[in-house]
Design a protein around this ligand. Structure first.
Ligand SMILES: [Zn+2]
Length: 245
């Protein structure tokens, strides 16, 4: 039974590792309901979580979760004590705390860039978490911690990536990084082209005009200076033609 459970966890974990870049230490965000369930089922989260995930784990929560537990009084005092031992991650509600579930949901916004797992017994929160791709969900069932199988949303995201419909975030970054390294990022590409085109036609047109007006006279240094100025001015005026070309 235990081995089967671990096998599933390993399989689901590798899904998140390969497709969403999850790495150790795994960042597990826990809410009050999970702490309460752990207390009831005598689960030592700190001991069991790393065993179950077969790796280093960083247990964390938010001040909103702790404040909510505080507000719920005696019944959740034990859960509050557990939650207080976790690392408190910065959330966006420093000024006015929100409910624990709303807070945790906000923590996995923006494509879950911090690679959080969400550990909760709150079905409503779980349903909302499943609607986002790349957020592993954990809960306690029958006295044990369980990593839920990847949600249909996560699976669909991965299939879309594999079908080439979208690039995973990290690959976008990698490509940009490679471009930067080789000096072919979009910005430098554009700048390079502009320089060539701006630098190209201007001296030629200047020369032709000079030849027509005064072909034999050598250009005094003062005029050379003027020419340089003209080039600079023309940069902006040439731009529209660059765009149409
Ligand atoms: Zn918060």
């Amino acid at each position: 039974m235990k081995i089967k459970r671990q096998k599933h966890a390993k399989k689901h974990l590798s899904f998140y590792k390969h497709n969403f870049r999850f790495r150790e230490p795994y960042q597990v965000l826990l809410d009050g309901t999970f702490c309460q369930a752990a207390l009831k089922n005598q689960i030592q989260i700190k001991e069991q979580m790393p065993k179950y995930l077969m790796g280093e784990v960083q247990l964390c929560t938010t001040s909103c979760v702790i404040k909510e537990l505080e507000s719920l009084g005696k019944e959740l005092y034990g859960a509050k004590l557990i939650a207080q031992r976790f690392q408190v991650r910065h959330c966006a509600h420093y000024q006015s705390p929100v409910g624990g579930s709303a807070c945790l949901l906000s923590m996995v916004a923006d494509d879950n860039s911090h690679h959080y797992f969400i550990a909760t017994q709150d079905h409503e929160l779980a349903t909302k978490v499943k609607k986002r791709a790349g957020v592993p969900l954990m809960f306690i069932i029958q006295n044990t911690i369980v990593l839920d199988k990847p949600s249909p949303k996560s699976v669909a995201h991965v299939q879309a990536v594999q079908a080439g419909q979208m690039l995973p975030e990290h690959q976008k970054h990698n490509i940009e990084h490679l471009k930067d390294e080789q000096g072919v990022s979009e910005a430098t590409e554009r700048r390079g082209k502009k320089r060539k085109r701006v630098g190209g036609p201007n001296p030629l047109s200047c020369l032709k005009k000079k030849k027509k007006n005064e072909p034999k006279a050598p250009t005094p240094p003062s005029e050379q200076k003027k020419r340089k100025r003209k080039r600079k001015r023309n940069k902006s005026s040439v731009n529209p033609t660059v765009q149409t070309a």
